[in-house]
Design a protein around this ligand. Sequence first.
Ligand code: AMP
Length: 182
Amino acid sequence: MDVLDQKDKDYLLNSVRIINDFPKPGIVFRDITTLLNDKHAFKFLLNHLESRYAKYNLDFVVGIESRGFIFGSALADRLGVGFVPIRKPKKLPYITISQKYTLEYGIDEVQMHIDAFSRIKNAKVLLIDDLIATGGTAKASVELIKQTDANCIEACFLINLKELGGDKILSDLTSVYSVLEI
Ligand code: AMP
């Protein structure tokens, strides 16, 4: 199934815990550790992502630090492709490429190893993270992938906080799929 029906969306959404005022007052934090902790919900999500992406003939799944690593590496194994981590600065040990992006206050940066896709020419890659809010992190990550010869086929999120509009910004750069929209 390419997209979940409402009953299945409600099932997954109910497995994600809400923590109010974390990490600061006013933020409604979506805690995906409760989904991971529930073996049925975690498998259900991976079954869905595997069936959606099996026909995309991907070469790599790229996960954004840090919750994107969890979903991304599990999905990469299901699809039989390699996994690439995108990390915050000074975490990756080999030569990196970087993309800076603007936050509400200040500048942040994402990095990836320079040879992340070098095994395959013009690799087809899927970007994945747990949640898209303003879209800043995901946009910088797609721009980082675009610095290489790889093609970002789609950016996938478990949750899209729709009213923040990140998905709209990102859709100028790549196709966007969110399992759940809030
Ligand atoms: P943004 O760059 O604004 O789209 O923020 C996305 C990143 O921040 C993702 O890696 C999320 O894990 C995290 N994030 C932002 N808002 C929330 C939230 N309300 N609940 C959980 N994680 C969040």
